[in-house]
Ligand binder design. Sequence first.
Ligand code: ADP
Ligand code: UVW
Ligand code: MG
Length: 403
Amino acid sequence: MTATATRVLVLNSGSSSVKYQLIDMNDGTRLAVGLVERIGEQTSRLAHTPLAAGGDKRETEGAIADHDAALKAVAAELAADGLGLDSPQLAAIGHRVVHGGLKFTEPTVIDDAVLKEIERLVPVAPLHNPANITGIRTAQAMRPDLPQVAVFDTAFHATMPEYAARYAIDVETADAHRIRRYGFHGTSHAYVSRKTAALLGKDPSEVNVIVLHLGNGASASAVAGGRCVDTSMGLTPLEGLVMGTRSGDIDPAVTFHLKRVAGMSTDEIDALLNKKSGLIGLCGDNDMREIRRRIDEGDERARLAFDIYIHRLKKYIGAYSAVLGRVDAVAFTAGVGENAAPVREAAVAGLEEMGMAVDASLNAVRSDEPRLISPEYARVAVAVVPTDEELEIAQQTYALVNA
Ligand SMILES: Nc1ncnc2c1ncn2[C@@H]1O[C@H](COP(=O)(O)OP(=O)(O)O)[C@@H](O)[C@H]1O
Ligand SMILES: CC(=O)OP(=O)(O)O
Ligand SMILES: [Mg+2]
């Protein structure tokens, strides 16, 4: 790394998308940001904004077959603005890696052994780790000389007490197969819980926060004094809240029933629960904007899907209030949490006895800034706190390569 290398490229590869940011760590300037969506479909879309060049957003539509092709398209966009991956100013590439298992609880420079372990974990993050691996390999091929750093979704949750992390199943079987609650979206839960403390003018060690990360994947966490003490996702990112396409919590016996009685294979059940359940399974749409539009038109299926989503969310707010004992703040984040005012309103409705309420006019405000949406009198602060997984990954990456 040369003395002038102060930039970090962050790749957040999801199952069918890549979000990326190129950040100068000297002053935190975002040089370029972008998103590739619907990878693997005919209607893929790349939206690239070269902020450094003062440029407008450029959008390209057309089939992008896989994450390798997506990353090459991103590299070409960056190169067009003189921000290519060949730049000597690039210090490192930071990768979001969803599952780190028991081994990885800190940001880690990726070598062959690390990559092998991320690969071994594919069965417990089937929608995510394969995309993360492709992103890493493609980036390595482009810049074999550069440190590539993995920042794990699971890392922040490693502090959970044993009684929260362990499932109540036979201990020998669980240990033999490393079956336990790992939790995901940890980079976001860490970032948002810290930001929430700052919004309250407190140090993270002083506050207890319930973080609701509601994106396409969704998870809740209970953070006590800056440490995660419980989270809704488990061995895999399937457990917990109702999500865009995932069921979240169900009776595990549903799977035996689907196999024995409905005659489905394990792979079919996996696909059913991960890809054809949640909001899309309930009403045919996984985008909260579309669901709200349908509700406004009187669509009953969309209404029921919304109510099921909210009921589950409310149960986790209650559960984590009990786990924390004292709640200082509830923070909504990610695509749904940051944008869907009706979700925030409905999730907190009726919780006045627990000190939680939402002020309608504050809730209606649209902003990229962290903000309170609870009325003055409420004991618990309810907040919208935009997440920034890419910035958090960039900071952890840069700190590691400079250590
Ligand atoms: N303006 C909006 N109103 C309501 N929901 C929104 C809005 N914008 C985005 N969303 C929701 O956010 C989801 C995407 O969230 P995001 O955090 O980007 O997810 P992921 O990182 O899992 O892809 C969309 O599927 C949609 O449901
Ligand atoms: C872990 C997980 O569910 O991630 P995402 O929300 O990006 O799908
Ligand atoms: Mg996300």
